[in-house]
Write a protein that binds this ligand. Structure first.
Ligand code: PMP
Length: 292
């Protein structure tokens, strides 16, 4: 296996040398943004959408990315290519860059740009067959009027607290509710329910990241003839659903078989979820920006 190469501020460096300053405001304050992207079979899935979301996050936090979106796409492709990967999880990070100890980003003249590509399966492979046991947690999703969940910022403490609560309860993922008690999303994934053949996922105003996998699943479901409703739902709706599943670039599509100790139907991955997963897998193999 050849050495892993990381793109760091204009050059490709080996992992051991991929270092940034302790004065980088991404490190000091979580001041920055990121994307998680996947390549399947030499094709980078929905690359343009990820880059578009990155630039929207940048605009929102007044961060000037020192590349055009087209250049950024090329850098992602090049990182995967240089690492001889066909299947990869790609992490693209743009932080405010190196400054002084003050909060003011004006001390940071140049953003840091980092691209890492490696192999990753978020959950152990067998959980994709058996489904996940999850919980809902007391930590609420941060609100759109504070730090908008649509911004994929480096400030992931909200999500990390959720993941820790899940781990303490002995499960691998958890759902956050918003302040009104409606289900928002998982710590790193969006949530769907299936009830009487209809799919439900929380609408944007509930406060969740607008997941690219979520959008792909909506498209696939509609093409397969399912009705998809973007409607608020509560914990009760989750408990009584026929099927529950999570979506995300890292998580992909994964069934949930138990929530807060309530078994979802017969406690096995559902048939609609299976159908969507199969279609998703076929699609990711074929679509995307080729690295060849
Ligand atoms: N919600 C959160 C909080 C996430 O971090 C992610 C992963 N990016 C998602 C949802 C899923 O989004 P996507 O399908 O674009 O990866």
């Amino acid at each position: 296996m050849s050495e892993q190469l990381i793109y760091l501020n204009g050059e490709f460096v080996c992992k051991e040398n991929a270092k940034i300053s302790v004065y980088d405001h991404g490190f000091l304050y979580g001041d920055g943004i990121f994307e998680g992207i996947r390549a399947y079979n030499g094709n980078i899935f929905r690359l343009e959408e990820h880059i578009e979301r990155l630039y929207e996050s940048a605009l929102s936090i007044l961060l000037q990315i020192p590349h055009t979106p087209a250049e950024m796409c090329q850098l992602v492709v090049e990182t995967v290519r240089r690492n001889n990967l066909r299947d990869a999880y790609i992490r693209l990070v743009v932080s405010r860059g190196t400054g002084n100890l003050g909060l003011d980003p004006r001390s940071c003249p140049t953003p840091s740009v980092i691209i890492i590509a490696e192999q990753l399966s978020l959950f152990p492979r067998e959980l994709y067959e058996t489904g996940l046991r999850i919980i809902t947690v007391p930590t609420r999703r941060n609100t759109p009027d504070a730090l908008n969940p649509k911004i994929k910022s480096l400030n992931y403490l909200n999500n990390i607290l959720v993941r820790m609560e899940a781990a303490q309860a002995g499960v691998s993922e958890a759902l956050m509710l918003n302040r009104e008690g409606y289900v928002a999303e998982g710590s790193g994934d969006n949530v769907f329910l299936v009830k009487k053949g209809i799919l439900y996922t929380p609408p944007a105003y509930i406060g969740a990241l607008q997941g690219i996998t979520r959008q792909v699943i909506i498209e696939i479901a509609q093409q397969l003839g399912y009705v998809v409703k973007e409607e608020p739902f509560t914990r009760h709706d989750v408990y009584v659903a026929d099927e529950v599943f999570l979506t995300g670039t890292a998580a992909e599509v994964i069934s949930v078989i138990e929530v807060d100790g309530r078994r979802i139907k017969d406690g096995k991955p559902g048939q609609v979820t299976g159908q969507l997963l199969q279609e998703f897998r076929q699609r990711v193999e074929k679509e995307g920006v080729t690295i060849d």
